[in-house]
Ligand binder design. Sequence first.
Ligand code: ZN
Ligand code: ZN
Ligand code: ZN
Length: 418
Amino acid sequence: MKINADFHIHSRFSRACSTNINPYNIEDTAFNKGINVIGTGDFTHPLWLKEIMENLEPSKDHQGLFKLKNSSRKIWFILSVEVATIQEENGRSKRIHHVVMLPDFESVDSLNNIISKFGNLSSDGRPQLTISADHFVEEVFKVNRNAFVFPAHIWTPFFGALGATTGFNSIKDVYKDQEKHIFALETGLSSDPPMNWLISELDKYTLISNSDMHSLPKMGREMNLFEIDEKDLSYNSIVNAIKEKDSKKLKKTIEFFPEEGKYHFDGHRQCSVSINPETEHIKICPICGKKVVIGVLHRIIDLADRPVNYIPKDAIPYQHLVPLAEVISYAIKKSSSSQAVAKEYNKLILKFNTEFNILVNVDIEKIEENSSKEIAESISNVRNNKVTIIPGYDGVFGKIDLLNEEKPKPAFWKQKRL
Ligand SMILES: [Zn+2]
Ligand SMILES: [Zn+2]
Ligand SMILES: [Zn+2]
């Protein structure tokens, strides 16, 4: 059975998240998106934990996974959370985000009991814990040796394990002797597998991708595609496929175009300064004189020890996609949260079942018959990697041009200089 899985999401109890994220809406969205396994997110938050305990029940046939009560859909929940650890090292405070998955509520309870000593679990669905990354992982595995932990969006400047501000240059430096428990890395929106393949030290890890959604429409914008016999589907079979980097089971990851991510280039948002680290070595903002934020591409160039286009022999394939609502929004020139986009989106889902099916499988001619030439052409361009992107930087999302109508303009500060 094909299993599309998104492990890292947030509930409405995480900062800056939509108020409509509840178990029913999560399941409904997963159904329309074509997602079969979805993280619960935020299991450390007391109110969210209560809500998922009330609304989910253990799946009878699939150990370690959970179903929405009274639902017959083939959608399973996996208990997950993202936490931030904060540690002092060499006089610098380092914050790192990690995702934890566990197979049962008893382990969740035990873990919450332990880590509540290190931070307030009620204040944010993604709690901030004053504990070192290695100590945190040690505590998780004391609770359950089948736990699964991976660093989240490893390259982002402020909270990524290898990000510029965090300042670690290797996963071993982050997790020390507990690195033995780390098998996977989340590449984040601003990097894709080919960028990560340039660093030989990362070969031992499985690269995975998740949406890190803060609102339902973003679910599955990055995810992992598995092929697992339905009778074998369980928490363990999923985790083992990742741990073993088993390409017969973990078939592919779905990726953002990395340029679209918020931290692809270096830059300074306040001054609209965007810097391509491949060609420009600028550490100080030419407008205001402050330090620029070093992005994901820059970090990867710093750590790369291989030529561009290198593919490791056991690499898991990947595919770039753009969420359907964004595609429609682009094609009809209306905001992605507009009624017009919702109407077109629902019409296509009704016809072709899932967003994933539309983006990946349905014939372009059929899409055109049921929508418009622009929507069909945009989807075709995404499938063929024929899009123009103005890269994101310092928290500004990249701008994607699905019909290649625009030529990337020079950055604002350069226009000014000319
Ligand atoms: Zn995070
Ligand atoms: Zn997150
Ligand atoms: Zn500036």
